[in-house]
Design a protein around this ligand. Structure first.
Ligand code: AMP
Ligand code: TRP
Length: 336
């Protein structure tokens, strides 16, 4: 029996932070023993907002190194670069022609990003979820593990697959498989250090709001020391009045690998002065091996490039036949 398949990716913009690690990459690491994982660097998604050509490729390589440093094993999983497979763009075009514009106008992430960009909103930014649908459906995965913020894009992907099957498939023989999202409870939303009601995000203008995976121990300690808290004594999960408390305890739970109950018991009588150094040390120690491996990988480009070349070939072996299947169903049947 072949293993069930997983597909996921992250945009190649900015440095990765704890939210990306705990909400996304770490889950993939756990899943790779049981699933055949296809994990890619979404560099075509990155250019939906302006990118500097001088750093575009470097960001892709950095993200690849981050995947591997966090525990994605290239011998077990397929790691590849989105832009190296023209299949993604081509399928996105085919999907564009069957996707109603008002499906895209509803996308929350688009509305938020468009608002931030003001006048300068590209067609690509709006079309982003269609490209994402192509990324996913090309590999006919069983599951797509993502953070909670991607739920709406996954629903759209399922709608596009459904529409394509309805318009071009036969009743008993759909063209494309409709995948399921996989959204984990824990880590699904890591919040900002400066505002416990806002997601930790690479686009937050304040560097203080997030912990980057490449932050030095000193920077991590300083950011945690300055993190927003409250005046209550005793620490607790799930009190809606104390979003920062819930978030920092949650981080401690995930990074120390303990259960929620154990952390709740350990911290219930603590004050912030006692908890913050504990969280800082736990974070530094959890990131130490990842940072060491990352540095080692970035010093060995030949190796990284060879992983990506293998990944491309393995990905293409799945993506090309799927694209051809869709083209045939839509009537592109002339052959040379
Ligand atoms: P992004 O940084 O928005 O490109 O997201 C890359 C991946 O990390 C996606 O799967 C997100 O759902 C996940 N992610 C980003 N920020 C967070 C966060 N604060 N908490 C949990 N997951 C996150
Ligand atoms: N939109 C995703 C994000 O911002 C990245 C992404 C692009 C993705 N294509 C994907 C995630 C396909 C899962 C599957 O995180």
């Amino acid at each position: 029996m072949p293993q069930p398949r997983i597909l996921s990716g992250i945009q190649t913009t900015g440095t990765m932070h704890l939210g990306n690690y705990l909400g996304a990459i770490r889950n993939w690491v756990e899943l790779q023993a049981e699933y055949d994982c296809f994990l890619f660097m979404a560099d075509l998604h990155a250019i939906t907002v302006p990118q500097d050509p001088k750093t575009l490729a470097e960001n892709t390589l950095r993200l690849a190194a981050t995947y591997i440093a966090c525990g994605i094993d290239p011998d077990q999983s397929t790691i590849f670069v989105q832009s190296q497979l023209p299949e993604h763009s081509e399928l996105a075009w085919l999907f564009n022609c069957i996707t109603p514009i008002n499906w895209l106008e509803r996308m929350i992430q688009f509305k938020e990003k468009a608002l931030k960009q003001g006048e300068n909103v590209s067609v690509g930014l709006m079309d982003y979820p269609v490209l994402q649908a192509a990324d996913i459906l090309l590999y006919e995965p069983d599951l797509v593990p993502v953070g909670e913020d991607q739920k709406q894009h996954l629903e759209l992907t399922r709608d596009i697959a459904g529409r394509l099957n309805h318009q071009f498939g036969k009743k008993k023989k759909p063209v494309l498989k409709v995948p399921e999202p996989l959204i984990r409870e824990t880590g699904a939303r890591v919040m900002s250090l400066t505002d416990g009601t806002k997601k930790m995000s690479k686009s937050d203008p304040s560097d203080q709001s997030r912990i980057d995976l490449t932050d030095t121990p000193q920077a991590i300690t300083k950011k945690i020391k300055r993190a927003k808290t409250d005046l209550e004594r005793g620490l607790e999960f799930d009190n809606p009045e104390r979003p920062e408390c819930n978030n920092l305890l949650g981080l401690y739970q995930l990074l120390s690998g303990q259960t929620k109950a154990a952390v709740a018991a350990e911290c219930k009588d603590m004050g912030w002065g006692q908890f913050k150094p504990l969280l800082a040390e736990t974070t530094v120690e959890a990131l130490r091996p990842i940072q060491a491996k990352y540095t080692e990988l970035m010093d060995d480009r030949t190796y990284l490039l060879s992983v990506l070349a293998d990944g491309k070939a393995q990905a293409q072996a799945i993506a090309t036949p799927t694209l051809n299947k869709v083209k045939t169903a839509m009537g592109f049947t002339l052959s040379a």
